[in-house]
Design a protein around this ligand. Sequence first.
Ligand code: C2E
Ligand code: CA
Ligand code: CA
Length: 699
Amino acid sequence: MDGGEALIDPMQCNEAPQAGSKALDQYRSLFENAIEGIYRTTPDGSYLAANPALARIYGYDGPESLIAGLTDIAQNLYVHPEDRDRFKRALDLDSEVRNFEAQVFRKDGTVIWIAENARAVRSPCGGTVCYEGTVQDITARKLAEERLRLAATVFDNVGEAIVVIGHNDVVHAVNSAFERMTGFPAENVVGLKFNLLATEVNEPEILHEAWATAAKGAIWQGELWARRADGDVFPAAMALTGVVSEDGTVKSYVLLAHDVTRRKMDEQRIRFHASHDTLTKLANRHTVMEALGDAIVRAELGGHRLAALFLDVNRFKDVNDSFGHAAGDELLRQVARRLKGCVRASDIIGRLGGDEFVVVLPNIATTAGAIACVEKILYAFSDPFNLAERELYASTSIGIALYPDDADTAEQLLSSADAAMYHCKAGGQQYSFYDHDMNRQAVDRVNLENDLRHAIADRQFRLHYQPKLDSRTRKIVGAEALIRWNHPERGNVSPALFIPVAERAGLVGAIGDWALSEACRQMRSWRDDGLDFGCVSVNLSPAQFHDASLKDKVERALAANELETSALELEITETMMATEVDRAISILTQLGAMGVRISIDDFGTGYSSLAYLKLFPVDALKIDRAFVMELPGNAKDGAIVASIVALARNLGFDVIAEGVETAAQADFLMAKDVTLMQGYLFSPPVDANSFAELLRNGV
Ligand code: C2E
Ligand code: CA
Ligand code: CA
């Protein structure tokens, strides 16, 4: 044959009918009634025969319209025409294909999946006469498979752990999220009895409810504790679903678990942050007030007392100003730690802000209970604090208020304790109990700042002068200028009270500048009256000391009053020198070079490094009143005084004692070679006229 092998020869292909007419009928019936589509096509793709099932599968009215309509199988039938090539290649090679799956168009254009079994019908000479085969619509199966594949992909890619549980708690399957979340490898749980839920921590009623809900074929959702391979228990958001099988019963369960440890931790952190002070991790004001309110209710019910201790770190501002905020923060953290060590777990402890702390003792019988805790706290402050670059001592003032003795509400109780703290600080005590007079003072304090703002303009300040004497001759060699505030309503307000307020309000610079020029003005006036006052010292606050224009201001005040620089002395504290040491040295060196005297006030109580002393152009050390107070009886104070004198002598400084009140103190100090003295024994601070009298007539 000349290349005609592939051509259709219906006669040759018609094998079956030759088997006889009965058989033919049987074949025809099979052909007509088969559920599978049956066809015979030419190798190049047109139908020779098709049964009704095939027409149905492909969406044609009958075999005739199918045969007429589908004339190019590759192009008209297959969604991917190359499938036809694959089909033909397989037939050419093996003469048959089994389960050849392809997507085809039905007549209406919809796409279905079919599976074909076919064979090539060969002519005796080996040429392909036609193809014949069967077609099955497998769309439903394909979709199901696709769904399964999708489900499997989801199963293995979701973030939630999935456990499929069958009869008797035996696990059918787990996904990879399960393995990641719990640390259990799949092979350790699949096929075995396994319970992801931590039965010992979950509430039995909730577990029961979850299983009961799922057993009805419903979904139970909630948070339960699950366990990990390492034994840890973790919170998980879970959904437990009962899978309803065909007979309507629930035979298996799907458990979905989402690890919420992180979220829980975040929630906790947020709650913690909202209720705690970030720096010290103590309860914040809000939380303290709530807890205090609760404690008051319990004290009321139980008929017992409670105590609120209000603490403030003395000279905290100095630490902050001198050593920087990082040092201040560290000090507060360490204070918090020590406070925690002083209280019981049931006590409330918090930071109200700044350097203010509160401790609530929720159940005390007598004031002795509060004092015991206060003593413990004071003792905890007796060791130095270790900051990054230095060791320093800090002290605290504690105000104590009791419920129900001193207040009815949490707010009142705290403000009473605050008033007591303030009172104790002003009085130089370590702690004091609230008494009712203190309330008025506390209210006053709030207004103080406002009033201070007007005080300079309204000329409410005066300077008083306290003489400094030569210990041996008892002659006045100078004076310390001390500010006095004559408030129109309050009367005299102590600088010990308002200087700290002015510092906090940023007003102390202006006040100090006023004091400096007023002292110089007064000196000029005394000079003009022919009085020899020696040298007047003016107290500097840290803000002034760090003011870049200090030197200019000093120069101007002196020049304006035609005073020689040696007429002025500046009193600074140790702590002021300890910050920005280089700058402090340069400021003091400039002032010293001008001829202005420098003395270190309250010596022995501040934060200083003795090593710095030799670097500073200092003229005098002023022994703090605290060391003078208990002389001559207190041997330790005596030793301190002797050491300061020795130190001053070795460094070439003068030494002056302040707060000398008794002759015995004066004698003791003189015996220790303290050359200068100041104190009530000789004179309190007095106004300028009275001081002029003292100069004329002696003390
Ligand atoms: P300070 O510099 O240590 O001043 C000494 C304080 O001791 C003065 O209190 C003085 O009146 C008091 N005093 C003097 N002799 C005795 C005594 O024998 N016994 C007792 N118990 N006390 C005595 P004052 O005037 O109330 O001043 C308190 C603090 O206020 C001063 O302490 C000083 O730090 C500050 N201050 C006073 N005036 C000024 C000022 O003009 N500028 C600045 N920045 N601070 C000032
Ligand atoms: Ca002073
Ligand atoms: Ca002093």
